[in-house]
Design a protein around this ligand. Structure first.
Ligand code: 9MR
Length: 363
């Protein structure tokens, strides 16, 4: 474990709040050390083949993270492009990378309505859906048996706007198998990897708005249902795709209450896909970085009050590679500044904000 003091981090962050100045980087340890000091994980979503081909990117993952999640390569389509063919090469590489750098790995995701099998429509039907789903989970989760920290078994199964009483999203899996597809997936995952923490992961739950409240209710219903039916579920993944403007709707007590409700079901909580959209902040970098950092700090400080929260992962690590580059494009052409490291891998105010939030966690 690296040595670092609480004073250093506060001093540094406040002395040079927005500066790339500091980013010559220092002997300061990575965020993984701040997390580990509290028995927690910090990590990021890694892109493929960037992790293999960009040595700087890889170096910063190893330095900052004690957990990694593949951004895309374990999704149903990428990992299982044809009924009889799997592509494990990228995820195998990432697993080796994790081992080499003393990091854990999360799997994302066994069941999702998006980026599914290209062959779903032509091959899968109500009569064979269960067989295909179980086989997929057995093969993918089974390959990494005993080596995954956790698996997002089901991702984003709630869509209140789809109009069902139970809030379930209308997907092919629901159509073929009914709501039982959730239980089928969790049981198959537990059989394939009895050690991994099996997780339900979702977004749109962060704010004190009627829409988010409805979705929180539906997610709690889903989690409670799984627990009542004795499905093997161990954790809830809070994606936390935040946005600077939308964050005006954040209310600490609402998040606290939701996390308490989830924790009372006996589940761990992971912040799985954190980032902070900067679309409505001005072009000026210092101002933007300050606004984004404040959202990271305000959110995480509250989230980390909840003892059930065990891990924080950002969706990406550097502004050089982020899905928000497309979504938060600005008229000026200036690049987004939404993650802890900038395009040149320098630590931004958001990095210090995350470090301070870890420091605020009660041991
Ligand atoms: O960041 C991911 C992007 O590269 C993919 O094109 C997209 C579709 O598969 O998924 C993005 O990641 C999503 C994650 O898997 C689930 N939660 C929302 C994320 C951002 O869209």
């Amino acid at each position: 474990m690296h040595k670092f003091s609480r004073r250093t981090i506060f001093r540094t962050a406040f002395a040079f709040p927005f500066a790339g100045l500091l980013s010559a980087q220092s002997s300061e340890p990575g965020l993984r050390a701040y997390a580990a000091k509290k028995g927690l994980f910090f990590g990021g979503a890694a892109a493929w083949p960037v992790l293999r081909d960009d040595a700087d990117y890889a170096k910063h993952f190893a330095e900052e993270c004690n957990i990694l999640v593949p951004e895309n390569v374990l999704k149903m389509g990428p990992v299982h492009p044809e009924p009889e063919r799997y592509n494990f090469e990228p995820a195998d590489y990432m697993m080796e990378f994790c081992k080499k750098h003393d990091m854990q790995m999360r799997g994302h995701t066994l069941v999702w309505h998006s980026q599914g099998w290209p062959w779903l429509k032509t091959t899968v039907s109500a009569t064979n859906a269960r067989k295909y789903l179980e086989e997929h989970i057995r093969t993918v989760a089974g390959r990494y048996r005993g080596r995954m920290h956790s698996w997002d078994v089901v991702n984003e199964a709630i869509e209140v706007a789809d109009g069902r009483e139970d809030g379930l999203r209308k997907t092919a899996w629901l159509e073929f198998l009914g709501p039982e597809y959730l239980d089928i997936a969790f049981h198959a995952a537990a059989a394939a990897d009895p050690q991994a923490k099996l997780t339900y992961n979702d977004y749109g739950l962060d704010y004190d708005t009627p829409g988010n409240e409805k979705k929180r209710e539906a997610v709690l219903r889903l989690l409670r249902g799984l627990k009542d039916r004795k499905a093997p579920i161990h954790a809830f993944g809070m994606q936390a795709h935040l946005d600077w403007k939308a964050f005006q709707n954040f209310k600490a007590e609402t998040l606290r209450r939701f996390f308490r409700d989830v924790a009372s079901l006996g589940l761990e909580i992971y912040i799985t896909e954190l980032d902070v959209g900067d679309r409505d902040l001005p072009d000026d970098e210092a101002e933007r970085d300050k606004g984004v950092a404040k959202v990271y700090e305000d959110y995480l400080t509250v989230a980390l009050e909840e003892p059930a929260v065990k891990a924080v992962l950002t969706w990406g690590l550097t502004d050089r590679y982020t899905w928000l580059a497309g979504r938060n494009r600005r008229p000026s052409g200036a690049g987004v500044r939404v993650l802890p490291l900038d395009r040149e891998y320098k630590r931004k105010p958001a990095w210090y904000a995350i470090a301070r939030a870890f420091e605020s966690r009660k041991a």
